[in-house]
Design a protein around this ligand. Sequence first.
Ligand code: NAD
Length: 488
Amino acid sequence: MRQRDDQIHDFQVFIDGKWTPSASGQTFESQDPFTAKTWARIPRCGAEDVDRAVTAARTALESGPWAAMHPTQRGLLLRRLADLIARDADHLAFTEVRDNGKLWAEMRGQCGYIPQWFHYFGGLADKVEGAVLPIDKPDMFTYTRHEPVGVVAAITPWNSPLLLLTWKMAPALAAGCTMVIKPSEFTSASTLELMRLVEEAGFPSGVINVVTGFGAEVGAALVSHPGVDKIAFTGGEGSGRAIAKTAADTFKRLTLELGGKSAQVIFPDAKLESAVRGVVSGIFAASGQTCIAGSRVIVHESVHDQFVEEFKKLASTARMGDPLDTATQVGPVTTPPQFQRILDCIDMARTGGATCVMGGGRATRPECGDGWFIEPTVFTGVTGDMAIAKTEVFGPVLSIMTFSEEEEAWRLANDTPYGLAAGVWTQDQKRMFTAAKKLRAGMIWTNCYRTVSYMSPFGGFKASGQGRESGQEAIREYLETKAVWIDY
Ligand code: NAD
């Protein structure tokens, strides 16, 4: 098992190819969610740092080696970065476990898989093709060309810092954009560690810059900066709305990956054991702090009791504890405000009339130490009108509802402002295709849950956002199309 040291590590930001403190010299602290102790000091950037970073990104976009670089060469740089990430996967994973409290096993797996995004989009870099149009005008030659959208502000949340950054970086760089990245104030360290590899891979100065600090300070300065052409944001609905309003003032391009309240629909013909395993991992992985958490189960009334019993049996075996221990299955919550928010949501469910059949509070087991742990929690008797059925908890809290008719299941599943993901458990093939049509969500998982790939688009309907990350669609989010007309 990897060991923590008890030092406080000092980080600098990466602007225009140089490591530097913030312009003000101020810093803030980052806590390890398992020990609840400060482990890192991060520069507290502001508008001046943003201006330097955006200027560097714009200069790199418009002149110098990146602007002149053939897409094939850009692709090779991305692939070189992929190889360096694979080489340093242990270190990146360890950094994120300390900052975020994610399980070592999950993080090590993630850091082993992240290079695939850089390989995939590195491969796409020189396959962005325009078209010659068979235009309806005589003596006109008309074609399209695709150009990088420009300087991208990439803003990421704390729950999966490296993965969600990768989903932006790989397609943006493949498209030829330059970037200013703003990680969450709770988890900046792994993004800064990644910049060491960006430097080693040989990306020209200014192509990728990182500023760190608070959303209301450096984040707000970044999204309102006139030198930014596009914002790629992952985070909460409230921040997303504020950012969309700011972006509207200057018509910046926008990708939003926001929250969810995803349903898992269980039909009587489902293989119950698989469904139980899928729902347990769907809600308790990363202590429920995933945007795709399957936080609402909609189970047929005829299998409800059996489902709840088997679910409790499996979930109660989950081992909580130090995320660095490979035997741990449920780790701490990442931040104190999130910890409190989850407890508030549990109270809200109780006062709303739901029945708590498992967990329901802070975990005080000795193996949880001083960490911010919540017991895996399950509510039954939830109805569509309860606040717990509509509110994103972003924690290990499952709401169970019942249905009797198929149409009712689709209606309940769609009865949410969100539309990120949905799971369906059935052996009926016709129903699998019906589910794919009826459910209003960006990802529909059938007899599985939480699978993602660099090849498959990821993103939401409704309040879950706009645009897609991963897959071929993602690179288009970072391109503008020009129609060129020549009268010959
Ligand atoms: P958050 O919105 O509080 O913060 C996200 C990022 O935005 C942080 O870097 C923050 O500093 C920055 N920020 C906040 N306000 C800003 C502003 N006004 N201007 C510019 N930047 C600002 O979200 P969080 O608490 O870090 O993350 C949790 C949320 O993220 C959840 O709602 C979750 O569902 C969502 N999420 C969505 C996806 C997805 O792909 N759909 C993935 C992971 C997380």
